[in-house]
Design a protein around this ligand. Structure first.
Ligand SMILES: Cc1ncc(COP(=O)(O)O)c(C=O)c1O
Length: 375
């Protein structure tokens, strides 16, 4: 038996006791008829928090983004501009093209998650008969694949001005918007003030079991509701799920600061090892930590991850074990062949963090010694 510290994603979080209680006791109705009081309460709550007119509860972040894309880019063949590191581009199976007939055009994300505004302006098109019509710009906040970066508010404001100038709507994939709120000290409504639509996930760091919301104007949500039904996302007594999301907003949002603090600690420890093989990003904003291997390193991110998932005899005979003499497994994922991603979340308390630090230190030193001597 080994003690497992799961740092693959904040999606692994399970509902809290308060969520389970609320789920069992929630008032229910048929949400396709608009009659589920708990879903209605959640939609009003999140719309209010984001300073928008209306919201729609949907099964996943992927569906929330897809609906937003399909509503904004409702003429087949129209174009959405997205970052090359965005979840929409990398991890949503090209659903925009497959289901919506939408051309995703990519802009290069900088390490801070932004992209060049001059480039956006150059890339907006539609006045020429040969060109597709640019019908959306989508941004991601926090930017997952850039290491949970919080987009600078001034940049969002400037981008929004540019989008308005060209009458192109702006969508924010705010799967981890509340992490951005926590880091920046700004309110959610200020951050999304100039966005025409926003998706927010309840099932990531907020620990609800299922669900996201799409938020925007009455008119936008009216169209989004039809699109959700078409995609098979119309749920009936969905209040049983929405109940957990309501609790998540009250109970877990205030705890995100702890995840951020623990991420900083993990980063500082790895940095303090001064190992040539493992470099952490210089700026950690939220709960995601990227550890990078040198491009010419003989070891790959997946090899490191496999080693973290093993317990060797030496470890338990030495100090790398729990107080109960169990070995420790740390689960992580790779973002590419040279990048390991650790994500902190509510289930990683101080004890789990300490065990993770012990194991990561042990494995990183072992690998660094092996590959540095090989050079
Ligand atoms: C930034 C971002 N957007 C969207 C999603 C999609 O969410 P879901 O897994 O609920 O479809 C994720 C999932 O991890 C994400 O990280």
């Amino acid at each position: 038996m080994a003690y497992i510290v799961d740092l693959r994603s904040d999606t692994v979080t399970k509902p809290t006791e308060a969520m389970r209680h609320a789920m069992v006791n929630s008032a229910l109705g048929d949400d396709v008829f608009g009659e589920d009081p708990t879903v209605n309460a959640l939609e009003s709550k999140i719309a209010n928090m984001l300073g928008k007119q209306a919201a729609l509860f949907v099964p996943s972040g992927t569906m929330a983004n897809l609906i937003a894309l399909m509503v904004h880019c409702n003429k087949r063949g129209s174009e959405a501009l997205v970052g090359n590191c965005s979840h929409i581009f990398k991890y949503e199976l090209g659903g925009a093209a497959h289901l919506g007939g939408i051309l995703l055009s990519i802009l290069e994300n900088k390490p801070d998650g932004t992209f060049d505004l001059g480039e956006v302006e150059k890339r907006i098109r539609g006045s020429d008969i040969h060109e597709p019509i640019t019908s959306l710009v989508a941004i991601e906040n926090t930017q997952n694949n850039c290491g949970g970066k919080v987009l600078p508010l001034k940049w969002i404001d400037d981008l929004a001005v540019l989008c308005k100038k060209h009458s192109v709507p702006l969508h924010m994939d705010g799967a981890r918007l509340f992490n951005a709120v926590q880091h920046s000290g700004e309110t959610a409504s200020r951050i999304v003030r100039d966005c025409d639509s926003v998706s927010v996930c309840f099932s990531k760091g907020l620990s609800a079991p299922v669900g996201s919301a799409l938020v925007g104007s009455y008119h936008f949500i009216e169209q989004a509701r039809r699109m959700r039904k078409m995609l098979g996302g119309g749920m009936r007594q969905a209040g049983v799920l929405a109940a957990a999301a309501v609790v998540a907003l009250d109970e877990v949002v205030p705890l995100l600061a702890l995840d951020h603090k623990r991420t900083q600690i993990l980063a500082k420890v790895i940095e303090g090892l001064f190992l040539k093989t493992f470099q952490v990003d210089s700026e950690i904003h939220t709960n995601i930590l990227m550890v990078r291997l040198p491009a010419d390193s003989a070891v790959s991110a997946d090899q490191v991850i496999q080693r973290l998932a093993q317990v060797c005899l030496d470890e338990t005979q030495g100090d790398c074990k729990t107080p109960n003499d169990e070995g420790v497994i740390v689960k992580a994922i790779s973002c590419n062949s040279k990048t390991i991603r650790f994500v902190l979340h509510r289930e990683i308390n101080d004890e789990a963090l300490w065990l993770a630090i012990m194991k990561i230190t042990y494995v990183f030193k072992e690998i660094d010694a092996k590959y540095q001597t090989k050079k």
